[in-house]
Design a protein around this ligand. Structure first.
Ligand code: ZN
Ligand code: ZN
Length: 677
């Protein structure tokens, strides 16, 4: 939209960060006419408060009482912070996900950029500066499959026309090298690359590889200080970065000559934000690339079912890397039936006999082991065998986890903690029993079995300390740790040649969750962890302990057979019309009063049910959420299965009044939800 300076009454359309998805109009004072442009921030009165908003357009007339229109107080930026492409795209995000445009724009900028006016000097994040020069390795030779993939991507890059590739490569197949080669071409023709990784702190090796191969790289890192983050953002904004690497929010990087977006581990659920704006970085990336004629590469060893399906129906182009680099074999996977172990030893074991034996052999050869369990803490529940009491969080409807070191019961959802009681709080008898196990207990068991070995645990209890994660991984890389025990923090991206054994302690722990993606999450997580084994010349093996060894998500891990898993899973999804055969809208209502919250969701559900458009899909009944109470709020939800996303858009945009929060009750609208808890 162009401003027309011939007319003296100029109105600016301003987007303000409020939950209301509305554009407000303000009068542009004459003195500001030649300074204001779209994409700049302005200060305006909103009620009695002075707030900051983005200018997104102009008009010479407005259709309401002009005497009520307030003037803009101040223009904040000398240059626009956001381009018109960026504004159009963020507006799409707000309409797609049914959230306020102002909220999306707010997420697009790092907080320090919003506060600071002065640009900072270039300074590389500390973890990248030291080792870069010596990690340099420019001439890796690609194998046939990598070469074919690179050629296809480069040809698309040179055509400069939107296209999405799904790069399905087994663990250790050299996906990163494919990304790097493609980006080199992008940089050569003067364009930029955005590389999204699930969580930077957990993928330091990947980040370093990129940093060693490109001159002008910006890193958007959650561990950076706010000033460093603003600095990296400025580098991109001032057109000084060719490659921008970061987690989810890096998709908002203000590139002006975007050529390619790489999404590594595209199946990762952390690409979806679980608070408003509830955007999925992968899907937003595809829209952004489409708009800017860029290429998207989605990479994974275990693609999401949505992406796999899109490749099957021809929406994406499938590229496959079926072999590991240097003809290294995939690790041999043995499944241990833990029910048999129980029968044989008449007790629950954490480390099965076959796993223990395998560990002995590996340690004798001075090789390293990764043990994986996706539960932190010592014991997952505390019960009284006398009266049946179970320790639960008062604020959340979940069992408390016992942490032995602190001797505390802790809620993993809200952080509430109490000292572990000696006597039952209900019947006062002694003998509280701790059952189920987490990483702390695995650590204890392993230390008893291998007292002279160095055993280290890595989970979010440990890495709460800044840089601790990197320290541990460095130690492990230099061989100072024999056995590393961890949660999903160790599932991604780690590449240590001396790891020849991976043990998955309880592979099917998440299969019983009330979530239609439970099988997919299990398959991909266990496959990813298994993929940490045998990446070097020594080869390696994996031992997977399971109580449901015959489940297809476990069996397909053993044979490294993603395709069979995906086909099996797609059949199930089709049968129950879950994505990718439908699109979902999930509405969650929470509030402090159970009855009022239930009445409120019932009212919303009735109104939605009465809409004609809803008859084209399936509206499921409302129920308490699987986590029925969280941080003192009661939670209810319902799901609408829609044949297409346009019906969902119509509901959330045309009937947004129905979905409005009320007094102390909050309505969360989630399009394409990932979490169903
Ligand atoms: Zn009791
Ligand atoms: Zn809690």
């Amino acid at each position: 939209m162009q401003k027309d300076i011939l007319d003296s009454s100029l109105y600016a359309a301003i987007v303000i960060n409020t939950p209301l998805n509305k554009v407000f109009h303000y009068l542009v004072p004459l003195a500001m006419h030649d300074k204001i442009t779209i994409g700049k921030r302005v200060r305006v009165y909103f009620g009695k408060r002075k707030l900051i908003g983005f200018c997104v357009g102009f008009s010479n007339q407005i259709d309401y009482d002009i005497t009520k229109v307030k003037p803009i107080v101040e223009i904040i930026d000398e240059n626009p912070l956001l381009s018109s492409d960026m504004l159009a795209w963020t507006n799409w995000i707000s309409n797609y996900y049914g959230c306020a445009w102002g909220q999306v724009l707010d997420s697009a900028l790092p907080s320090a950029v919003k506060k600071r006016k002065r640009p900072l000097k270039k300074k590389l994040p500390p973890e990248l500066s030291a080792e870069i020069v010596k990690e340099k390795n420019q001439n890796l030779i690609l194998n046939l499959h990598q070469n074919t993939a690179v050629k296809s991507i480069i040809s698309a890059v040179n055509q400069q026309k939107y296209k999405t590739f799904l790069l399905h490569g087994v663990t250790g197949s050299g996906k990163t090298e494919v990304y790097i080669k493609a980006i080199e071409e992008v940089v050569k023709i003067g364009k930029q690359a955005i590389v999204l990784v699930p969580e930077i702190a957990l993928t330091p090796q990947t980040v370093k590889r990129f940093a060693s191969r490109f001159e002008n790289i910006a890193v958007m890192h959650s561990d950076l200080t706010t000033a460093q983050r603003a600095n990296e953002w400025q580098q991109v904004y001032q057109n000084n970065a060719d490659v921008i690497i970061g987690a989810r929010s890096c998709i908002f990087a203000p590139t002006s000559r975007l050529g390619i977006i790489i999404i590594d581990e595209e199946h990762e659920t952390s690409f979806k934000q679980d608070e408003a704006p509830r955007y999925h970085a992968r899907d937003c990336a595809i829209k952004r690339a489409y708009q800017e004629n860029a290429i998207v590469v989605l990479g994974s060893a275990t693609p999401s079912l949505e992406s796999f399906y899109n490749a099957q129906i021809g929406k994406y182009t499938l590229l496959e890397l079926p072999e590991r680099v240097s003809h290294r074999p995939l690790p041999k996977v043995n499944i241990i039936d833990m029910r048999e172990q129980f029968k044989q030893f008449k007790r629950m074991t954490i480390i099965s006999k076959p796993l223990e034996d395998a560990m002995h052999k590996v340690l004798m050869r001075n090789e390293q082991i990764i043990l994986f369990l996706n539960r932190r803490g010592y014991a997952t529940s505390a019960n009284c065998p006398q009266c049946g009491y179970t320790a639960k969080c008062k604020a959340c409807e979940v069992s408390l986890t016992y942490h032995k070191r602190e001797d505390k019961l802790i809620c993993h959802y809200c952080g509430f903690s109490i000292m572990a009681p000696n006597n039952c709080p209900d019947c006062f008898l002694p003998g509280i029993k701790f059952s189920g196990y987490g990483t702390q207990r695995v650590e204890e068991a392993v230390k008893m079995l291998f007292p002279d070995k160095t055993v280290t645990r890595i989970d979010s209890d440990i890495t709460i300390k800044r840089n601790r994660c990197e320290e541990i991984l460095n130690d492990f890389g230099s061989g100072n740790i024999d056995i590393l025990i961890g949660t999903q923090m160790i599932a991604k991206g780690l590449d240590f040649a001396n790891v020849t054994l991976v043990g998955v302690i309880a592979a099917d722990g998440a299969l019983h969750l009330p979530d239609f993606r439970a099988s997919e999450k299990t398959f991909s997580l266990v496959s990813q962890v298994a993929g940490r084994a045998g990446r070097g010349e020594k080869g390696g093996s994996v031992i997977v302990q399971a109580t449901l060894p015959d489940h297809y998500s476990i069996k397909c891990v053993a044979t490294h057979d993603y395709i069979s898993f995906a086909k099996n899973e797609l059949e199930t999804r089709k049968l129950f019309s879950y994505p990718p055969f439908s699109r979902l809208l999930r509405v969650v209502v929470r509030g402090p009063n159970e009855d009022k919250t239930r009445a409120f969701i019932k009212d919303i559900h009735n109104k939605i049910n009465a809409l004609d458009v809803v008859k084209r899909g399936v509206l499921l009944d409302f129920t308490p959420c699987p986590i029925a109470k969280l941080r003192t709020d009661f939670r209810f939800h319902f799901v609408f299965k829609s044949p297409g996303v346009s019906i969902i858009q119509q509901i959330i945009n045309e009937y947004s009044d129905i979905l409005k929060s009320k007094s102390d009750m909050y309505v969360a609208v989630d399009v394409d939800p990932i979490s169903m808890l």
